[in-house]
Design a protein around this ligand. Structure first.
Ligand SMILES: *[C@@H]1O[C@H](CO)[C@@H](O)[C@H](O)[C@H]1NC(C)=O
Ligand SMILES: *[C@@H]1O[C@H](CO)[C@@H](O)[C@H](O)[C@H]1NC(C)=O
Ligand SMILES: *[C@@H]1O[C@H](CO)[C@@H](O)[C@H](O)[C@H]1NC(C)=O
Ligand SMILES: *[C@@H]1O[C@H](CO)[C@@H](O)[C@H](O)[C@H]1NC(C)=O
Ligand SMILES: *[C@@H]1O[C@H](CO)[C@@H](O)[C@H](O)[C@H]1NC(C)=O
Ligand SMILES: *[C@@H]1O[C@H](CO)[C@@H](O)[C@H](O)[C@H]1NC(C)=O
Length: 229
């Protein structure tokens, strides 16, 4: 029994990325290979988003998500999002997340992302005791389903649904060749780093509850539209 279960999970783990799965035509409208980005397409994986060597980020002008996939089983993901706080509009949590690693497309239509250990995230929560920190992020992520649509105006669009069914913002195909950092563990040790301020770039905004409110609530409104960024 135990052996059978282990064997099945092993088979799932070693099955090739675009394998013999019960994938439908919708999965195969076009290859997953390439780079996908949501909304205004300002968040894009690759060297323009993350510097894993010193665990810093290059902040995009707007929030969004991006995923890239190779045809041989590697992925990278870049996420920049805000989450509001209904009880206090000043308490907007900002998060930057960068991971890369390997992915599996399961027979049942789900997708598993298994990050290498060098992923990291920065959390800024002006209302928390520790308001700004960067930490390792290497959680395995399950996407219960995914699908590629063809939008008459915007072309191919990737929809992914998180483990609990929550949709990821739909992403447009921004390139058919994946824009990614090298697909291997890039940082072995835990580097020291200084927390940067989200939003401290182009706009000249600083992370103060008053300063970010207008921008963040604009973004938040968009995010609330129906998707969790
Ligand atoms: C995906 O499409 C390619 C070419 O269009 C085809 O050869 C392949 O069988 C399709 N795979 C699936 C799982 O439908
Ligand atoms: C982090 O690394 C990047 C790329 O190597 C570099 O441009 C940037 O200045 C570094 N940032 C810090 C704070 O060291
Ligand atoms: C919302 O902000 C309040 C402080 O005003 C804080 O106590 C609470 O934990 C926050 N809720 C969330 C979900 O962050
Ligand atoms: C597909 O299989 C995985 C691994 O067993 C499981 O975690 C996931 O919930 C399954 N997805 C669906 C849609 O049943
Ligand atoms: C795949 O399809 C076959 C029949 O076509 C079915 O027996 C099997 O349960 C399906 N597997 C999954 C994981 O959905
Ligand atoms: C994932 O990160 C945790 C710390 O958050 C660490 O203890 C664990 O060893 C890491 N896993 C891998 C596979 O590196």
């Amino acid at each position: 029994m135990f052996f059978a279960a282990s064997l099945i999970s092993l088979l799932l783990l070693v099955s090739p990325a675009l394998g013999q799965a019960n994938l439908t035509a919708a999965h195969n409208l076009t290859s997953l290979e390439g780079t996908w980005s949501s909304g205004s397409r300002q968040v894009v994986t690759g060297p323009g988003f993350a510097n894993p060597n010193n665990r810093t980020f290059i902040y995009p002008p707007t929030a969004g998500v991006s995923y890239s996939f190779t045809d041989d089983g590697f992925f990278e993901s870049a996420r920049y999002r805000f989450t509001g706080n209904g009880s206090d509009p000043h308490c907007i949590l900002g998060a930057m997340v960068w991971i890369h690693g390997t992915y599996q497309l399961l027979d049942n239509g789900s997708m598993i992302l298994a990050p290498f250990a060098d992923g990291y995230q920065q959390i800024q929560d002006p209302c928390a005791a520790q308001s700004n920190f960067i930490e390792q992020y290497n959680d395995t992520e399950l996407y219960i389903s995914w699908q590629i649509f063809q939008d008459p105006v915007d072309g191919y669009k990737l929809h992914m649904f998180q483990f609990d069914g929550t949709p990821v913002a739909p992403q447009f195909q921004v390139s058919t060749t994946p824009n990614m950092l090298p697909t291997q563990l890039l940082v072995n040790d835990t580097p020291s780093f200084v927390a940067q301020s989200l939003l401290a770039t182009n706009s000249g905004e600083t992370w103060t509850p008053g300063g970010i409110t207008a921008l963040a609530s604009a973004i938040f409104t968009v995010a609330l539209g129906s998707f969790l960024l």
